[in-house]
Design a protein around this ligand. Structure first.
Ligand code: ZN
Length: 501
């Protein structure tokens, strides 16, 4: 193949992939937001077909010959191309033993699984979902077995898929440090006699008012509303159909207005990352070459390091008071800030505070590791879940809705995703410390200068993301090897101030 021919095919396939991504993203966005439930079976079938047609092209001789040759000759090309050829080859290696028939079966199963999960979640009854879930786990293990030669455990493959270079050994150590760092702080918080007002967190805030708050927050954080939108769903997510179409979703609870606030800030963080990837990566086909931990680093950076900082909360407080008229007339800023930053064991991960958040992840990590490795089954897994909540957080879910059925991730076989959130928290603390070397972070928040923060992230963090695996990425940003120390120090400092210990 001539060099020009490789470049020609690169152009063709990159454009073809982005077109398909556009269609599939809009399709799944529709399914998870506005599609009538009654249509879910046909929709799942149609989606599985589109996904499989896409997959068939990736299995064609023309594509595989191109991927192999481009990879072998990658050193003849500029760095961005070299990176693309390596990524394409990595994907090829991952799917080369999977047939289109199996891909179709998997796609169909994951679609059905989502529908069944929704039904079970609504009824708070795991037994409705367990059979389907068992099939999801079997399918995942089957696919991993087909792929996983000389790659350690099956769960090691999942971890490496999400964060290249990660494995159980590394994450066991990581979570041990997280556990040993966080649980002693939590113990001090629980024993603390400091009183907080929590009542206002359950004040009723009509949804139209909450929508105004969402729109304010997205704009304030520098989300480009001309190139994206906000919608609602059961389980908030962000989707990236194209460079100029990035969609954020939230879920409104009338009696828990902060849930929407932090969903919007979190998902907005994903979107801001997506909107600020340099244009050249969209053209070449590398714009989505960002790992989930990198993404969660940014979304959780916005949610916590920015969103739960007192200077930032001051802006939310003022806006909420303005939009909601008298609803919060008896709530002072001090009540508001401290109420939002209450730390205590709770059941729902997405609404949990910064301190206990990683314990929720730890629980999921321990369960999914054993599940994927075949050490435990789906039978009675809801009870295992409850046992771990009792062990680590001292609380038990009243039903499976607040327990094992709360998260969507496992329904589509996304085992290995959860650790990304915890890793992202730790990356974020390192990035925050590095950012503070360049400018006064608190002052920027006080001034409401989110543009300054976004620009810094763009220049130092976003621009280099598609070209690096996570470990190199964090090293290049901070000049340091990955550590949990910054994160644990941050939590210690924050909560000792809030709870006087
Ligand atoms: Zn996220």
């Amino acid at each position: 193949m001539k060099k020009e021919e490789i470049l020609e095919k690169t152009k063709y396939y990159s454009s073809w992939k982005s077109d398909y991504n556009y269609i599939m993203s809009i399709f799944s966005f529709d399914l998870e937001t506005i599609a009538p439930k009654a249509a879910s079976e046909e929709a799942n079938k149609a989606f599985a077909r589109i996904e499989t047609d896409y997959f068939k092209v990736l299995k064609s001789d023309d594509y595989i010959d191109y991927v192999k040759e481009a990879y072998l000759r990658r050193d003849e090309f500029p760095l961005e191309y070299k990176r693309l050829f390596e990524m394409q080859h990595r994907d090829y290696e991952r799917t080369k033993n999977i047939s289109p028939e199996l891909q179709y079966e998997m796609s169909l199963l994951f679609g059905t699984s989502y529908t069944k999960w929704l039904e079970a979640k609504e009824k708070g009854d795991y037994s409705i979902y367990q059979d389907t879930f068992s099939k999801v786990v079997d399918m995942t293990r089957k696919i991993l077995s087909l792929r996983g030669k000389n790659k350690g455990t099956l769960y090691d493959i999942c971890l490496d898929d999400y964060e290249p270079g990660n494995n159980e050994k590394i994450l066991d150590k990581f979570f041990k440090e997280i556990k040993e760092g966080i649980l002693p702080i939590l113990k001090k918080v629980v024993l603390s006699k400091v009183e907080r007002r929590e009542d206002f967190l359950e004040y009723s805030v009509p949804i139209p008012l909450q929508e105004k708050i969402s729109n304010f927050l997205l704009k304030f954080n520098e989300f480009d509303t001309n190139r994206g939108l906000l919608s609602t769903t059961e389980h908030p997510f962000t989707t990236f159909p194209s460079e100029n179409d990035i969609r954020v979703t939230t879920h409104y609870h009338e009696n828990m207005f902060t849930s929407n606030i932090y969903s919007v800030i979190h998902e907005g963080g994903h979107a801001i990352f997506g909107q600020n990837i340099p244009h050249k990566f969209f053209t070449i086909g590398l714009s989505d070459n960002i790992t989930s931990a990198m993404h969660e680093t940014i979304s959780r950076f916005y949610e916590n390091y920015i969103g739960r900082n007192p200077h930032y909360i001051k802006h939310i407080y003022n806006k909420v008071k303005e939009i909601c008229n008298d609803i919060f007339s008896d709530v002072s800023f001090d009540d508001f800030y401290k109420g939002i930053n209450i730390a205590k064991p709770t059941l729902i991960r997405t609404d949990s505070d910064e301190l206990t958040y990683c314990i929720h992840i730890l629980i999921r990590y321990e369960l999914e590791k054993d599940l994927v490795n075949g050490k435990i089954s789906t039978q009675g897994l809801n009870l295992e879940w409850n046992k771990k909540y009792k062990e680590y957080l001292g609380i038990t879910p009243p039903s499976d809705k607040e327990g094992i059925l709360q998260d969507v991730h496992w329904t589509g076989g996304s085992f290995g995703y959860f650790p990304s959130y915890a890793i992202g928290n730790a990356y974020g603390a390192m990035i925050l410390n590095r950012m503070k070397e360049d400018f006064d972070f608190d002052k920027a928040l006080e001034d409401g200068d989110l543009l300054k923060i976004k620009n810094w992230l763009k220049n130092n963090v976003f621009d280099i993301a598609p070209m690096n695996d996570p470990n190199d990425w964090i090293l290049k940003i901070t000049g340091r090897e990955f550590t949990t120390k910054d994160y644990i120090d941050y939590l210690n400092e924050k909560y000792s101030k809030l709870y006087n210990f």
